[in-house]
Each structure stands twice: as C-alpha cells, then as structure tokens.
Design a protein. Structure first.
Length: 236
C-alpha cells in the first residue's frame, strides 16, 4: 500500500449529481499489512468517504389558475440536498515465486449510497419526465484482479491479468441492470539504461468486452473495447 487518496475533485460522482461548487468531504481509512513467511504478503484496508452538499438549482416557474389567466414564466431556484457515503474494503495478496515470478490478487468491495432531496417541492406536486423529489440510491460493486508478473534480470518483463467486475443497484426507477463481466490484459516490455528507461506494449480487454457500470461507485475506468497501449518512460 502507498497511502490513501486525498485529492478528490468531488466525492459525489459528477456524472450522477452534476458539478457542485467547492464541495467538502470527510475521509476515514485504516490499513493493516503483514508478511507471512519469506515470500507472501497480505494487506487489508478499509475506507469510508462521505460528502454532504446543500445547493440551489435553477427552475422555471409558470402559474396557471383554473379558468383564469396564465402568468408568465419566471426564473427561480429550489434547494437540493445531497448526502453521499461510500464504504470500501480492499484485500490484497502477493506471492513471490523464485527470483523472476510473482502472483497476486486484489479484491475490492464497495457500497455507495446517495440521498437526493428537494425539500421545497411538496410531495403533492405533479411530477413529469421521471423526476422525483426524493431518492435513496445504492450501488454495490465487487471487483477481483488476478495477475501474474515475470521479470528477467536482463530487463525483459511481461504480465497477464484477469479482472472480474459485478455490480448490483437499488432505488432506481426504472431498475438498472446488474453487469457481470471479465476482462483480460497482457503486457510486455523492456527496461534498459540501468532501468532508467522503459518501453511497454500491452493489449487490453482482449475479448473486446464492453460494459455499462453505474458511476455511483468510485472506481478506475476500464477500457470499453480491445485497446493497444504503447508507452515509453524515461527517469532522470
């Protein structure tokens, strides 16, 4: 483990709730790491991040009286309260096999909740277009990354990984599907100039597996189609 991320632009996913001006957030995390024997390493960590936002969103008002005149449109605003919390559990296991091979597994369980309320809109209001004055959205994601790495003293290296992802959603109208898929990746490369330079070539998402995940869970985006990745790094 190298630490916990503290550089969020916004904890509440903007693709779910839109952008918020200077939102604040709280984060709590703990990690325990242990070496078992000469070549086995295990780590367990937990993290809770939360954010509450109170904002005003723009609305257009138009009053209509039965049998009477229609009043002109006017710009106004209404309050929206957002309450987000995500709990994550991460377990890692790494095993060295001799001087060149290593195997590993990385498992992450994430449960995210978002409460979205418009307190100024009465429950008796007529709603159109699927708009709701109050929602309690939930998403639970499981992700398992299995990988093998080969490093040769001459500088050649290669790796292969298999990533399984599944997600379950609650509170959505209509209901969101529950994706469940695997992705496979291979990479190879060469380090030279006393390991100051590295050339890497990879083929990601070998089976061209597309997906549609609920962005309520904070997660690294995976390639959505078969992708060739080439990189060169030089350290000085």
């Amino acid at each position: 483990m190298t630490g916990f991320n503290q550089a969020y632009r916004s904890v509440i996913p903007e693709s779910v709730a839109g952008a918020s001006a200077a939102p604040t957030f709280d984060g709590r995390a703990v990690s325990v790491e242990q070496k078992l024997g000469p070549s086995t390493f295990i780590g367990v960590s937990g993290e809770i991040i939360s954010s509450k936002v109170e904002r005003v969103v723009g609305v257009v008002e138009n009053a209509v009286s039965l049998g009477g005149p229609t009043f002109p449109f006017s710009a106004s605003g209404t309050r929206e309260n957002l309450d987000f919390r995500e709990r994550s559990l991460i377990v890692t296991l790494n095993q060295l096999l001799g001087d060149a091979w290593s195997l590993g597994a990385h498992y992450r369980l994430s449960h995210a909740e978002l409460g979205d309320r418009f307190p100024d809109i009465p429950s008796s209001a007529t709603l159109n277009g699927g708009f709701q004055t109050e929602q309690q959205l939930e998403a639970t994601m499981h992700q398992l990354n299995l990988f093998a790495i080969y490093n040769n003293p001459c500088g050649f290296f290669a790796s292969a990984s298999a990533i399984w992802t599944t997600q379950h959603n609650n509170g959505y109208t209509p209901a969101r599907p529950a994706p469940d898929f695997w992705q496979f990746n291979v990479e190879t490369g060469y380090r030279f100039a006393q390991r100051r330079a590295e050339l890497r070539v990879g083929l990601l998402n070998l089976t061209d597996q597309g997906y549609r995940l609920n962005p309520l869970n904070l997660a690294q985006e995976l390639p959505r189609e078969r992708t060739l990745a080439v990189s060169f790094q030089f350290n000085f």
